[in-house]
Design a binder for this molecule. Structure first.
Ligand SMILES: O=C(CO)[C@H](O)[C@H](O)COP(=O)(O)O
Length: 225
């Protein structure tokens, strides 16, 4: 079994009947959504909200009940992937372009479980270029201010076209090199008018599930290890 699938399926064991679940986005979460659907067919009763149109469609195809945000209070548990995780459980997310919705859902969840394969664990964040979501209006000016913070920014494209997030915004992939102070960087980025949010998730994860190539899986809880 792939390390991503191992981590995803372990995280799904934490779900209990009656919970409202946040569904993340990406190729690791893909396995979690499939496992949740399997558990629902075996009798698990949950409802879910999704962090992207893609995850919502997949969940609906597999029979997972998706409910409107107006019908939920707090989300009990969100399961999502990450592009990098450091020793403090700080994350870079947004490789799949869903960082804004992912951050909103994570911030409104009692538990935020991050599922990764071992390749995502790093000493310091920053090998993966930091995704920053920017409104299209006057994006050149916004990107100039992002560059002034000390990075090389690149407008994300897909199949030769400018990539647009589910919110209709641009994603700017920013190479800052090693990120030593993620809290400070996230505050400075988000203070630029035109920046909607960025992919640094600082002190948000409550649990990390890591899948390994040898078939093992490790759970780490924030503040416990
Ligand atoms: O942040 C994300 C999407 O915006 C993903 O969680 C992240 O990119 C990891 O993806 P994958 O599980 O495919 O490696």
């Amino acid at each position: 079994m792939s390390p991503k699938k191992i981590a995803a399926e372990k995280a799904v064991e934490c779900i209990q009947t009656g919970m409202t679940i946040g569904l993340g986005t990406g190729s690791t979460v893909y396995w979690a959504i499939h496992k949740i659907a399997q558990r629902i067919h075996e009798g698990l009763m949950i409802r879910a909200v999704a962090t992207s149109n893609g995850s919502e469609q997949l969940a609906q195809q597999l029979g997972i009940p998706i409910v409107p945000f107006s019908e939920i209070g707090q989300i009990d548990l969100t399961i999502d992937g990450a592009d990098e995780v450091d020793a403090h459980f700080d994350l870079i997310k947004g490789g799949g372009g869903a960082l804004l919705r992912e951050k909103i859902i994570a911030a409104n969840s009692k538990q935020f479980i991050v599922i990764i394969d071992e390749s995502k664990q790093v000493d310091k964040l920053g090998r993966f270029p930091l995704p920053v979501e920017v409104v299209p209006f006057a994006a050149e000016l916004t990107i100039r201010q992002i560059r002034d913070l000390g990075c090389t920014p690149k407008i994300r494209t897909t199949d030769g076209q400018t990539y647009k997030s589910d919110n209709g915004n641009l994603i700017i992939d920013c190479d800052f090199g090693e990120i030593t102070q993620p809290a400070s960087l996230t505050a400075r980025l988000n203070s630029i008018p035109g920046v909607v949010d960025n992919g640094l998730f600082v002190q948000m994860a409550s649990c990390l599930v890591v899948g390994y190539k040898d078939g093992t899986v490790k759970l780490e809880y924030m503040g416990v290890n």
